[in-house]
Structures are given as C-alpha cells and as structure tokens.
Design a protein. Sequence first.
Length: 97
Amino acid sequence: MNPALKRVFVGVVGGFITLVGVVALVGPGPGWLIIFTGLGILATEFAWAARALSKAKGIASRAANTARIKKEHQLILLAVGTFISLVLLVIYYEYLR
C-alpha cells in the first residue's frame, strides 16, 4: 500500500474511532476505552497522537489513583483494554490492509 494512502487511511479510521469514543462518553459505552483505542491507532502514524495518548494515560492513571481504584482492578481494566486493542489491530492487519 502506498505510504501516503496508508497514512490517510490510518487517520480516517483512527479519527472515526476516536470520535465514536467521544460520543460514547455521553452515551452508552466505554468512551475512554474507545478513545484510547482510536488514539493508539492514530499513534502508529502521527507523533502528535502518540503524545496525546501518553498524556491521556497519565491523566487516567491519576484519576484512577484519586478514585482509589484498587491496583488489581486497574490491572484488569488494563488487560481488557489491551485485549480489545489487540483484537482491533489483528482485524486491521488481517482484513483491512
């Protein structure tokens, strides 16, 4: 695939998933998880998205500590988020590439 075309495709898909996450913040669904997934997809091609993802992870970590979420629950949430991200990446690389 042409590198410029791939960059546009990643931008459109990642941007769409991020926007779905923003909508899910006020609607039903795991908004932050979807936003992190969209930023993760965008971060594969764009440095600004990698910085935004890093900052968002820091904010989420501080919020979890403030909410006093137990460490084991944080690890479970991380595992679920990682699993969903990996499934989306496999779908991307196997079917959409």
